[in-house]
Design a protein around this ligand. Structure first.
Ligand SMILES: *Cc1c(COP(=O)(O)O)cnc(C)c1O
Length: 382
């Protein structure tokens, strides 16, 4: 019997890791020399596969990996010791001991964490490397900026902590330049008050994908934290990032499972909300919302078959999606269908797909389910 991984594909993602490497080279070229690169690989490297992506990123000389939690960090550690790994999300108290087991860098946002990690270091006779995060107006992790000087002092006075980085996160770098500047200025003023200059040993980072266009080479900021852009994706269709010409690493595909003709006014899928506006030829695709096609694409999105866009009809169901192929000259059962990404000369961008779904590319990518096999371009022999 064939292994499941050898069975024909019904719904799959094609992932081009050489493209990931090219994207990183382009991003690095766009930055002032010497800026260090923090690769954000949380959520299974945005659905691209953490092991495969991290292996390539190591090859691309990533300086530090950033993840959300310890199981993601453990996945990186399986590939080798030595690479620094930063945890972006708060650590739960019962997770503390894994800092040592996996040699991880936690983010500190509170005095409670200073005490916890300092005690842990004391118990194990080891210094714990930490990054301090400052909340400059995002309202999530990080110490609120007015309390930052106090926390900074506490960290510096703790014998078992070694401060290796300071960072903040912008809440609207892709949409509100003025607010981002306010956050950036606040952060830089705090660094000044900590007497931190450009020559410091610390890793100072503020910018995610959408911040890097406004990167200021004079400031002590000496690293970027990049997620979306390294995967070749711009947050929106018209993005301020369009100067960095990355290409999308990930594309999403399925196939035609059935073709049939239906008369005008036939109700289409559940709820009978949608009916055919003409006598139509429809195709039933072998993927649905359980694969990660958002239900909001109902009667709204399109797919690419044989170089043509075909509209989605009716509701997306769990395992099947219906499309209109009346105007298509040629289509057969088994034909490949592109949901987003490039196929030959045609493309549905993930930004456009996300707009149909009233969401953002980050959510689309991280909602593509386990059922969807990830095929790496090298596996295809391409
Ligand atoms: C996810 C995340 C990033 C990466 O953001 P992108 O917009 O995908 O580049 C950077 N910093 C923090 C704190 C994050 O949580």
């Amino acid at each position: 019997m064939n292994k499941p991984s050898q069975l024909p594909l019904r719904c799959w993602a094609e992932i081009d890791l050489a493209c990931l490497e090219r994207n990183i080279a382009l991003i690095k070229q766009s930055l002032p020399p010497g800026i260090r690169y923090v690769a954000v690989v949380k959520a299974d490297a945005y659905g691209h596969g953490i092991h495969q992506s991290v292996a390539r990123l190591m090859h691309s000389k990533t300086d530090l990996f950033a993840v959300a939690n310890i199981s993601e960090a453990a996945a990186i550690r399986e590939l080798g010791p030595g690479w620094p790994i930063l945890l972006l999300s708060p650590l739960l108290p019962d997770e503390d001991k894994y800092l040592i087991d996996y040699d991880l860098i936690p983010t500190i946002s509170s005095e409670d964490e200073v005490q916890r990690f300092n005690r842990l270091g004391d118990k194990l006779g080891k210094k714990i490397s930490v990054h301090m995060k400052i909340d400059t107006g995002m309202g999530r992790a990080g110490v609120w900026h007015s309390a930052a000087p106090m926390l900074h002092e506490k960290i510096c006075q703790s014998n078992n902590l070694s401060l290796e980085g300071i960072y903040t996160h912008f809440s609207s770098s892709d949409s509100d330049i003025k607010y981002t500047k306010k956050q950036r200025d606040l952060f830089l003023r705090l660094l000044e008050s900590f007497k931190i200059s450009s020559q410091n040993e610390l890793l100072i980072h503020t910018d995610n994908s959408s911040g890097i266009e406004s990167f200021n080479k004079e400031s002590p900021v000496n690293a970027v934290r990049i997620g979306l852009l390294q995967y070749g994706i711009l947050p929106y269709r018209e993005s301020i990032l369009s100067a960095v010409k990355t290409e999308s690493v990930f594309s999403f595909h399925t196939r035609i499972g059935l073709i049939k003709k239906l008369p005008i006014k036939t109700p289409i899928s559940y709820g009978r909300t949608f009916t055919l506006k003409r006598d139509s030829t429809i195709a039933v695709l072998t993927a649905g919302y359980a694969d990660g096609i958002p239900r909001l694409l109902a009667n709204r999105g399109s797919v690419i078959i044989n170089g043509r866009r075909c509209p989605i009809l009716g509701n997306i169901t769990m395992d099947q999606t219906i499309i209109d192929i009346t105007d298509l000259e040629q289509a057969s059962v088994g034909d490949p269908v592109t949901l987003f990404g490039k196929r030959d000369k045609n493309e549905i961008g993930i930004a456009e797909f996300s707009q149909w779904a009233e969401t953002i590319p980050w959510e689309v990518l991280t909602s593509i389910s386990k059922r969807v096999r990830r095929i790496y371009k090298t596996d295809l022999g391409v």
